[in-house]
Design a protein around this ligand. Sequence first.
Ligand SMILES: [Zn+2]
Length: 297
Amino acid sequence: MRHTNKIYRIGDVTVTKIEEMRLNVAPPSFLYPQWDAEELERNLHWLTPSNMDATTGHLIQSIHTWLVRTRRHTILIDTGSGNDKERPLNTIFHRLQTPYLQRLAAAGVKPEDVDYVLHTHLHVDHVGWNTRLVGGRWVPTFPNARHVFARAEEDYYSSPASHNDVNVPSLGVYEDSVAPIIASGQVERIGDAGGAFLDHFVFRPSKGHSIGHMSIELRSGDEEALFSGDVMHHPLQVVRPDWNSVFCEWQDEARASRRWALEHAAERRLLFFTPHFAESSAGYVTRHGDRFDWRYE
Ligand SMILES: [Zn+2]
């Protein structure tokens, strides 16, 4: 079932998921190198069927962006994987043809309507629709948008240091999906400390999955939400925050940021918008002593 059109309200701001892909490809042993079978067994009753495919044993995930409409602006949080990208080493993302822009249009948004794109980080599945292939060139998809991300992400992914290992999820991504929007003058950078942005947002540093990763808080009226970014990839990590995904680049920081996000979400009772959980991809974290629980909303 698609949840593309469910509309969440945070004060006078609305949030809608725009789906790009639903994934059923990752065995837990791949996504979480530290996994153990007993822990999985203990959680099977709530993981299946929507978070885990009992037949294949794969974890079910989603790739999508969040469409945020404030009184003044149309905003996207991250931009998925994009079409036509050459990702021969990362076949899930290789030469995709998804109807993402049609789904965005169905939600009432044309590419030229987007005012801002806020990025949690610059990995392959978060910057793809920044550009599209037109006449053999990568051109900005959202011609009127300002793209906002951490300066540390740009510094790192534009450097040879980030391209040395073919397993780095962003190999080649900077060149086709980030450099063109820098060249077109559409980028605003956020410093390491994060900070407030526009009327409703606060960039909260959550380094670890990537070098300058940011979670993005949304406040309107007395309501709060958090676009967590990749501090977690699957609800299994709500019960095992010590498990890093195979894609987390800075291990200790990734664990610390995950714990921060969970504690913060539970304490503030904020609506938690994930980039990769299945079902609605949004929900609430509750704390019970030392452990956390997840409930989809
Ligand atoms: Zn991701």
